[in-house]
Design a protein around this ligand. Structure first.
Ligand code: FES
Length: 111
C-alpha cells in the first residue's frame, strides 16, 4: 500500500479532458481534469457497456460516456439520474504539479 505512481504534469492533461494510463497488471485508468482544476481517476470503462470514459465530455464533475451518453460522477464513479452502475474510482492526488495515482488502488480496481 502507499505506493503512488507519478503519471506526469497536471498541465499536460487538457482542462475538461483526460489522459489514459496503463497500469501493469491492472486496467487502463482514465485521469480527468475538470474546469476547476480538480483531478479524478476512474477505470476507463463505463459501467453500462464498457465505453471508454476517457473519450467522453467532462462537464462539471461528471463525464458523459461517448457511447450512450450516461453521466458518470467523477468523484464516486456512479452513474447519475435513472442509470445504475458504478465504475471503480482510483485515489489520485496532485503534488507539486505532478499527478500521482495510487498503484494499489489501481490494481484493486482491476480485480
Ligand atoms: S457504454 Fe457508456 S453509456 Fe453505454
Amino acid at each position: 500500500m502507499g505506493e503512488w505512481l507519478d503519471i506526469g504534469w497536471l498541465h499536460e492533461i487538457p482542462v475538461r479532458g483526460s489522459r489514459t494510463v496503463p497500469v501493469d497488471g491492472g486496467e487502463e485508468i482514465a485521469v480527468f481534469r475538470t474546469g476547476d482544476n480538480q483531478v479524478f481517476a476512474l477505470v476507463n470503462k463505463c459501467p453500462h457497456k464498457g465505453g471508454p470514459l476517457s473519450q467522453g465530455i467532462v462537464h462539471g464533475h461528471s463525464v458523459a460516456c461517448p457511447l450512450h451518453n450516461w453521466n458518470i460522477a467523477l468523484k464516486t464513479g456512479e452513474a447519475q439520474g435513472n442509470d445504475k452502475g458504478c465504475t471503480p474510482v482510483i485515489p489520485v492526488k496532485v503534488n507539486g504539479g505532478r499527478v500521482l495515482i495510487c498503484r494499489a488502488g489501481a490494481l484493486k480496481a482491476a480485480a
